[in-house]
Design a protein. Structure first.
Length: 223
């Protein structure tokens, strides 16, 4: 990342600068040496922000706040499990929004160019078969809630990446070549972190910060 930014600070310091922009208290994670480096980096923050998240025209966006956590008592669980659950629920919230934002980004882009039948014409056979197989499997288990009326809701985040990559010319206006490579890397990072959350394990603070930053940068990219 520091090569991309073009300044002489570490990757971690670059992330901490952006995390601070999000209102995250980064000082509890910094060593004394990193604090000095962080303070120097903050002085050139406008240049850092400009390179990581280029300014985009402002537009109206939806802002949704999470409801209060329910009061649940389970006698055999230590307090740390409850605190981890609360923390991970916010992480899952952002993962859920990011993955579905990718889906709607694909739908809107390809439907605009190819019409309602874009799934048949623009998606590879393997991905379509994955979606069909999952839909049939869940259809047999009638206690499942249907994911959505469109097949795209039956594929995972890596298949979403493949659809964008295979149809890159259709996404160039918001994802030029360098941004496409950026998105591929971010999706891989998020996929790895998502697997930890999906198996009900807590993330370290660095992982939580990375998810928040990736989601924020994605929003900036498509805004």
């Amino acid at each position: 990342m520091k090569d991309e930014l073009g300044f002489g600070f570490s990757d971690n310091i670059a992330l901490y600068v952006i995390a601070a922009e999000e209102g995250i208290d980064v000082f509890s994670y910094l060593s004394p040496e990193e604090i000095e480096e962080y303070r120097e980096a903050v002085k050139i923050r406008p240049r850092v922000i400009e390179r990581i998240a280029p300014s985009k025209p402002t537009q109206s966006v939806k802002v949704i706040k999470m409801p209060n956590y329910p009061d649940i008592k389970c006698p055999n669980l230590p307090e740390k499990v409850f605190s981890d659950a609360r923390k991970m629920s916010e992480v899952y919230y952002q993962l859920y929004l990011f993955e579905n934002s990718l889906r709607y980004f694909i739908i809107e882009t390809l439907e605009t160019k190819y019409g309602k039948n874009w799934w048949k014409s623009q998606v590879s056979t393997g991905i379509k078969e994955n979606a069909e197989s999952r839909e049939k499997k869940e259809g047999k288990n009638r206690w499942y809630t249907k994911r959505g009326v469109h097949p795209i809701f039956y594929i995972d985040i890596d298949d979403l990446r493949k659809i964008i990559t295979q149809n890159h010319s259709d996404f160039k206006n918001k994802l030029p070549e360098d941004e496409l490579k950026w998105l591929e890397i971010r999706i891989k990072e998020i996929k790895d972190l998502r697997n930890i959350v999906a198996h009900h394990n807590p993330l370290e603070e660095d992982g939580i910060t990375q998810i928040k930053l990736n989601f924020k940068q994605w929003i900036n990219q498509i805004s």
